[in-house]
Design a protein around this ligand. Structure first.
Ligand code: AMP
Ligand code: ZN
Length: 468
């Protein structure tokens, strides 16, 4: 299997440190809001990588953190008049709900930065002892120039960086020995969460969190470190500097980075107003559609999000589910007998799609080509499998289809929507329609529910419903 390693900028044959095992760290979200569909891209693509590694027989130790102390969390807490902990707890829970709905499996461990402060203090102490860090007035900085290999991931030259960074110095940072030095520990400010440390009360810098959590849960050298491409510099470059200067061994052997998700061909951002949370998308689509959409492109290609592309993802997914439904239907009355020679030939033809799928995934996790193999199998099933085939053949094709989709985290079974879920969804839609003064739509929903035998009651405590 080949993976593109950002460190060497080449596709390399993947060889794990320990045969049969993979240790993998994926930088997780900062939890101050519902996650957006950009955050969902690394979650989906690296969850798919994990599933594929497991399919190849590896045991995967998958760690993904929650950054639960950060300026944005503190700002949100102050805005709402609650603690930072309340904000991060709330959005970790919401993030886990979105992950489940996207069929992103929970990590083996989801460490939280605020629970790992002791380890961070220890690593900073070691860096100071070794001369790689220094303290000034309660702030600890990393001495970037002391690390001879700094810049190796982002392929930046220290002198170029320096001339660029000189102008970036902000007030209060003139105490640094060098503009390139970055913060490992910062002193507390009024109203901020803090921890006691040898350098006074304060909190850790962002980069040190991942160095420490990766070492604690996976060891000093890990196989794969992953995240979005915006993290290459400075976050991942700084993680490497801290970890390698502290531990004296290579930090991560393969670095995987996903490209960005854009909206309507423009960078997704709050200020442009082209910003969707995963939750918003879930009101319109089953999140299987979002997952399918993300996997329809290679993870290193920029991906454009638009209503049209989501519609075509929805239709394509429907074709897979229809084919699987049809196979299950044919299976019900199929004959229990041995395969004919012609059917044996069909089995070997079908097997070729699984090999095609694996070849695509072995080529730097090319999910776009892997999906093409799935569609060839769908076409094959639709044209070759009939009611007169042996049950064994139909089973074989149906299992192959659901196994390949399963590796991508895609279900081939239609989700059963309970009556309660359906009613709640329609009630919500009716409330939204009323808010938007679309009373015709609101009335139509009431009528639609009535036709299903559900009566809505507008009460002071909100909308209630009963079966009639
Ligand atoms: P953050 O919460 O900003 O630290 O981001 C969490 C993860 O989402 C990181 O791996 C980011 O690189 C990734 N990410 C953020 N925005 C996007 C985007 N528009 N497209 C793809 N990945 C993104
Ligand atoms: Zn990180």
């Amino acid at each position: 299997m080949k993976l593109f390693n950002s460190l060497t900028m080449k596709k390399e044959e993947f060889v794990p440190l320990v045969p049969g095992k993979i240790s993998m760290y994926v930088c997780g979200p900062t939890v101050y809001n519902l996650i957006h569909i950009g955050n969902a891209r690394p979650m989906i693509v690296f969850d798919t990588a994990r599933r594929y590694f497991e399919h190849k027989g590896y045991e995967v130790n998958y760690v993904s953190n929650f950054t639960d102390v950060d300026d944005k969390i503190i700002a949100k807490a102050n805005e709402e008049g609650v603690t930072s902990e309340e904000i991060s707890e709330r959005y970790i829970e919401e993030c886990k709900k979105d992950m489940a709905a996207m069929n992103v499996r929970p990590a083996t461990t989801h460490p939280r930065a605020t629970r790992e402060i002791d380890g961070m203090i220890q690593m900073i102490e070691t860096l100071i002892e070794k001369g790689f860090a220094y303290e000034v007035n309660g702030t600890v900085y990393f001495r970037t120039r002391k690390d001879p290999s700094y810049g190796k991931l982002s392929h930046k030259n220290l002198d170029d960086l320096r001339s660029g960074e000189r102008s970036l110095l902000v007030t209060g940072e003139d105490q640094k020995e060098d503009p390139l030095d970055f913060v490992l520990w910062k002193p507390k400010k009024e109203g901020e969460p803090f921890w006691v440390s040898p350098w006074g009360d304060g909190r850790p810098g962002w980069h040190i969190e991942c160095s420490v959590m990766s070492r604690k849960y996976l060891g000093e050298t890990i196989d794969i470190h992953a995240g979005g491409e915006d993290l290459i510099f400075p976050h991942h470059e700084n993680e490497i500097a801290q970890s390698e200067c502290c531990n004296g061994v290579p930090f991560a052997r393969y670095w995987l980075h996903n490209a960005f998700l854009n909206i309507d061909n423009r960078k997704m951002s709050k200020s442009l107003g082209n910003f969707f949370t995963v939750r918003e998308i879930s009101e319109k689509y089953d999140l299987q559609v979002l997952r399918f959409f993300m996997l329809s492109a290679h993870y290193r290609s920029p991906l454009n999000f638009s209503a049209e592309l989501m519609e075509s993802a929805s239709n394509a997914l429907e074709r897979i589910v229809n084919a699987a439904d049809n196979l299950r239907y044919l299976r019900e009355n199929a004959e229990e007998r041995e395969l004919t020679d012609a059917e044996k030939e069909l089995v070997s033809q079908a097997e070729a799609f699984a090999a095609q799928f694996d070849a695509a995934m072995d080529d730097d996790l090319n999910t776009a080509d892997a999906l093409a193999a799935v569609f060839e199998l769908v076409r094959f099933a639709n044209t070759n499998i009939t009611a007169s085939n042996a049950g064994k053949l139909i089973d074989f094709v149906e299992n192959e289809l659901s196994d390949l989709c399963g590796i991508l985290g895609i279900f081939t079974q239609r989700k059963e929507v309970s009556l309660e879920e359906e009613v709640e969804r329609l009630i919500q839609e009716r409330q939204d329609a009323r808010k938007a003064k679309d009373f015709a739509r609101a009335d139509a929903i009431r009528a639609e529910l009535l036709a299903k035998g559900i009566q809505l009651l507008d009460t002071r405590e909100g909308v209630k419903w009963k079966k009639i």
